[in-house]
Design a binder for this molecule. Structure first.
Ligand SMILES: [Zn+2]
Length: 424
């Protein structure tokens, strides 16, 4: 009897275990299927962002570019500041023997205050006026020495009719003040050249006026600099597709962007109407975009240590480090200028110490590399690109958070480690 019940109990246990195992396996299979569906949905929802991250060119070695805006027509203290900047840059070289280059975006004219006062209409003084000879001389000397690369910012750093029509008494005084005026003193919305910010939200400019102004500024740049402009940094990053088309028609090949195009100023005066995102090497017909990464603005607490942190991050992501800077770091008195120069020196020496393989170049050279997808600089083998793309993904914010929550990040990390190959 006893042995009969033991056999029955053992049979029941076996049946229970088998049932449990089958249930568990079915549950696991259902769970796995649900996870796979959720993962596929997540990847599908972010397919454009993923494709963009993957398509963006990957640079196999660290690149450092400092872009400084607003130089040219303006305060004469720029001449001394430019010479001091050139001295700092000339002291250093990368492994290929190349000096660091500062890509300078030029403004070609400021208002002729006395003439405006006298004639009651807008008049300008251009950078090739004898009064600006020391500034132009310093720009040319730095370019000849290989430490400056010149590019177009705008004929003016504003839209003259918007200023002339402004009801702001300070703006009218600024227009009629002594030469040279400093555009940094204008209200921010009025510093935009390619929108009429006389009233907010700003209004679009007439197409014919855009074409005429672009043709005139390209002609003036060619006359003053000696070569036609190939790269433009749109003032305050407010510009439109119409302006782009006019630049392209005038021979411009590259546009520097912060990753977005802002066609107007909103009711609060802020750049608005975001068009993008735009990535490095993206094309619009003949135009090629170059994207600024971050800032090097010592006067605004973004000095060398901030820039070097960005530089390290960009190198890991296979992106060139293109830093935004402005002349006002260097023309607010001797002490401020010297402080900015020390930060510039710290940035260059820090980059060389942090990444001895770093290469210095101008934005124009970077644009050419991007345009040609030059294999000497850009990695094409997918297994070599993988770790760089993975770092981009880790910096993607919300997408990365979702990848981590879903467990896809852990799976991806194993796969990337297995498939990735180091750059030769
Ligand atoms: Zn500017």
């Amino acid at each position: 009897m006893a042995s009969g019940s033991a056999v029955a109990a053992a049979g029941l246990a076996t049946w229970l275990v088998a049932g449990l195992a089958a249930g568990l396996a079915a549950g696991l299979a259902a769970g796995l299927a649900a996870w796979l569906v959720a993962a596929a949905l997540l990847l599908w929802a972010y397919r454009r962002e993923l494709a963009r991250l993957w398509r963006e060119p990957v640079f196999g070695q660290p690149i450092l570019i400092v872009e400084s805006d607003d130089w040219g027509a303006g305060p004469l203290t720029q001449a001394g500041a430019l010479s001091r900047i050139a001295e700092v840059l000339q002291r250093h070289r990368d492994a290929s023997g190349r000096n660091p280059v500062m890509s300078l975006a030029l403004v070609l004219a400021v208002p002729d205050g006395p003439a405006i006062e006298r004639e009651g209409r807008y008049c300008a003084v251009a950078l090739d006026d004898a009064r600006f000879a020391p500034v132009l001389g310093a720009l040319h000397a730095g370019a000849a020495g290989g430490v400056f690369a010149l590019q177009l910012h705008g004929f003016e750093h504003y839209w003259p009719p918007a200023l002339m029509a402004s009801t702001d008494a300070a703006v009218q005084r600024w227009l009629r003040g002594p030469v040279p005026a400093a555009t940094e003193q204008l209200p921010s919305p009025l510093q935009s050249r390619w929108t009429d910010a006389g009233a907010l939200p700003s209004g679009a400019l007439p197409a014919a006026q855009i074409r005429a102004a672009v043709a005139a500024e390209v002609e003036a740049y060619t006359r003053i600099v000696g070569t036609p402009p190939r790269l433009v940094v749109p003032p305050t990053f407010v510009w439109t597709r119409e302006v782009e088309a006019a630049w392209a028609a005038a021979g411009v090949q590259g546009i520097v962007t912060p990753g977005w195009r802002y066609p107007q100023r909103d009711a609060q005066g802020l750049p608005a109407g975001d068009e993008g995102p735009i990535v490095n090497g993206q094309r619009s017909g003949e135009l090629c975009y170059v994207v600024r990464t971050d800032y090097f603005e010592p006067a605004r607490a973004r000095g060398a240590s901030h820039a070097l942190e960005v530089f390290g991050r960009m190198a890991a992501q296979g992106r060139p480090c293109v830093l935004e800077n402005h002349r006002d770091n260097f023309i607010q008195g001797t002490q401020a200028c010297e402080a900015s120069l020390r930060e510039l020196e710290a940035l260059v020496t820090g980059a060389l110490a942090q990444a001895p393989a770093v290469r210095f170049m101008s934005t124009r050279e970077l644009e050419r590399i991007l345009r040609a997808r030059d294999p000497q600089w850009i990695v094409h083998a997918w297994r070599v690109r993988l770790p760089f793309a993975w770092q981009r993904l880790r910096a993607s914010g919300r997408l990365w958070k979702l990848l981590r929550l879903s467990g896809l990040a852990a799976v991806g990390s194993v796969l990337v480690r297995w498939a990735a190959r180091p750059a030769s």
